[in-house]
Design a protein around this ligand. Structure first.
Ligand code: SR1
Ligand code: MG
Length: 407
């Protein structure tokens, strides 16, 4: 029967699994086990021995940070399933699923000792710029290879069926990201009263409501590819040269722009939380690198992936007699871009006035400055949501951001 493990439970659990115990090496009694739970949902432990380290994650029957919020345990199953699928395409950009226990809802991957959570690195000013390009590659490869561009509809539909069961966490996204911030809801909160008028304005704006309805509907009804589903800067670990995407428990089929928008949003939030904001800021360069890397890798895969013999997997194929096919590919990428801008806006809004905020702003100690920066990013998100369909490039997006800076 399911039991929640503690550090000693982790020691006993791993000791019984010879292939994993061998990865740690030495004597179980000498392993170092640390609880490092950081996210909102699960328990996480790091185990280290003389040969190496492991990371063990266990689902709790409730939200970790709110035991009164009950929750089924199956999220670890979906994270394991996501890892098993995408590891085929991004082995150097994530971690391998080494073990999944469907009774204890325990997932074990290699430990990323020496890596820093990207959000923390951004707050410290030590974030490797290149990590954004790596995340762009991750999104391009993981989405392309789980879409109809790579495989027959039979295989893709089987995957959709599997991940369509991840309904508890999809419900969290639909509610926390795409619904609650736009209505009065007890889970919403913000400490800065200066934001209240903007929130009221957002909630009463019919165009905003329609835009959010469109994005929610698209999230649920456009299963383009397998998404990570929670790709914020806390779901990325990096060294100066290497980047790993973790925490895929929100995996679901949806529009590719969703993962892109979430990552961009968290870079904009980091930008807004800097002491000084300039057009040359690290976060601006990272957003550019991220998008360019995604776009070029996705197009490259589209152009070079060996053709599946099933013609139903061929979309907008290059035809030397026509210039239209590459125009169609560009149009498709532009739609992903505009979707991404929409989800970027909703992610920013929910991180400022919804249930789960981000730590980035705590680096700014002054209350007025925090309030001004949150206002800036909230107004940016509002305008982005309204104007996303006329934004042609990141330049247009940066212009909207800088127009909303409060001097
Ligand atoms: C109750 S879960 C709240 C948030 O934490 C996760 O990391 C997701 O971002 C979710 O929306
Ligand atoms: Mg997480």
């Amino acid at each position: 029967a399911y039991r929640t493990v503690d550090a000693e439970g982790v020691r006993a659990y791993v000791a019984k699994l010879p292939h994993l115990a061998a990865r740690l090496g030495g004597n179980p009694a000498d392993w170092t086990i640390r609880e490092v739970s950081d996210g909102n949902l699960n328990m996480v432990f790091l185990a280290h021995g003389p040969n190496g380290g492991l990371c063990l994650k266990q689902a709790l029957p409730h939200v970790r940070v709110d035991p009164s919020w009950k929750m089924p345990l199956d999220r670890t199953f979906f994270e394991a399933s996501y890892l098993r699928e995408v590891f085929n395409y991004v082995p150097d950009l994530t971690t391998e699923c080494l073990h999944f226990d469907p009774e204890q809802f325990i997932l074990i991957v290699e430990s990323l000792a020496g890596y820093t959570v990207l959000r923390t690195a951004l707050m410290n000013g030590t974030a490797p710029e290149q990590s954004a390009a790596h995340v762009g590659l991750f999104v391009a490869r993981s989405t392309f290879h789980t879409s109809l561009f790579a495989y027959s509809f039979e295989k893709i539909m089987d995957q959709r069926i599997l991940f369509a069961r991840n309904q508890t966490l999809t419900r969290i996204t639909v509610d926390l990201v795409l619904t609650d911030p736009y209505i009065p809801h007890p889970r919403n909160h913000w400490a800065e009263t200066e934001l209240t008028a903007i929130v009221a304005d957002i909630r009463s704006n019919q165009t905003m409501k329609t835009r959010v309805d469109e994005l929610r509907l698209k999230f649920l009804s456009n299963p383009q590819a397998l998404l990570h589903g929670d790709l914020h800067t806390g779901s990325v670990m990096a060294t100066q040269s290497d980047t790993r995407v973790i925490d895929g428990e929100f995996a679901t089929y949806g529009p590719i722009g969703f993962d892109i928008g979430l990552f961009m949003a968290n870079l904009f939030l980091s930008l807004a939380a800097q002491e000084t904001i300039e057009k040359t800021s690290l976060q601006i360069r990272m957003i550019e690198k991220f998008w360019i890397s995604f776009e070029s890798e996705f197009l490259k895969l589209w152009m070079t992936t060996s053709k599946n013999p099933d013609p139903s997997t061929h979309y907008y194929e290059e035809d030397s007699s026509s210039k239209n096919s590459s125009a169609n590919k560009k149009k498709f990428i532009q739609t992903i871009f505009q979707d991404a801008l929409g989800y970027c806006a909703t992610e920013i809004i929910r991180r400022i006035i919804g249930y789960a905020h981000v730590a980035d702003f705590s680096a700014l100690k002054d209350h007025n400055k925090i309030a001004d920066r949150k206002k800036t990013v909230l107004l940016f998100a509002k305008n982005l949501l309204i104007h996303r369909n006329s934004a042609k490039s990141l330049e247009d997006v940066f212009e909207i951001f800088f127009q909303n800076i409060i001097p």
